[in-house]
Design a protein around this ligand. Sequence first.
Ligand code: PEP
Length: 251
Amino acid sequence: MARKFVIAGNWKMYKTVGESREFVEQLSGQFSAAEGLIVVVFPPFTSLAALHGLDPKVRIGAQNMYYEEKGAFTGEISPPMLQSLVEYVLVGHSERREIFHESDVEVNKKLLAALKFGLKPVLCVGETLPEREAGQTVEKVKNQLHKGLEGVPAADWERITVAYEPIWAIGTGRNATPGQAQEVHRHIAGRLREKAPGSPIPVLYGGSVKPENSLELLSQADISGVLVGGASLKVESFSAIIHSGLKLLSA
Ligand code: PEP
């Protein structure tokens, strides 16, 4: 099957509406659409409406979402509110899990709610440094996959993406080596094949991805894209990562 790459940028709590628009306008001129290339940016909620429809080759996602449809949940954003604005939504990013104490149960509710409202959830999983050092990486990730993906309707697997993001590699400048990443991706891909035979689920690597390491990471057999934090905030570095994907697609 022809390879596909998802190159995604998580902007976290950076960029005003004006900065977001300027970024996408500049990024648009840096690459051409290509078969198999999917570029997504995850701006803050406040920028979603401004970016909607700006450039069809730059898809838009939300960084988070609540699972209820509506109600007295001050400060939260619901799936129907996102439906007309975004294609993707991150669920269970490690910063949500660690800083805002989101549990696997809540992550699963968000994922199912995203699917119910036609969105494409990106389920983030990954281990802490102590878990890696204790040899618990695969167990931790498989457990998060098991709990996060519970109850997915058979017809909805094709809308799911998984992101493997070792927590010790996020925002630290210390990426997993391509070999370390591939090893975990191989386990994840195997588990996903058991859960959803016939629906190839993209598995992105995230954690200090930058132009210097993106080509080698994307070259790994079971890495189908990257979720980029810090290096997605500058047009120059994000477009260089997109070009790593393009290079491999045209090879
Ligand atoms: C992220 O926020 O998902 C991430 C991987 O961040 P960074 O690339 O900065 O490590």
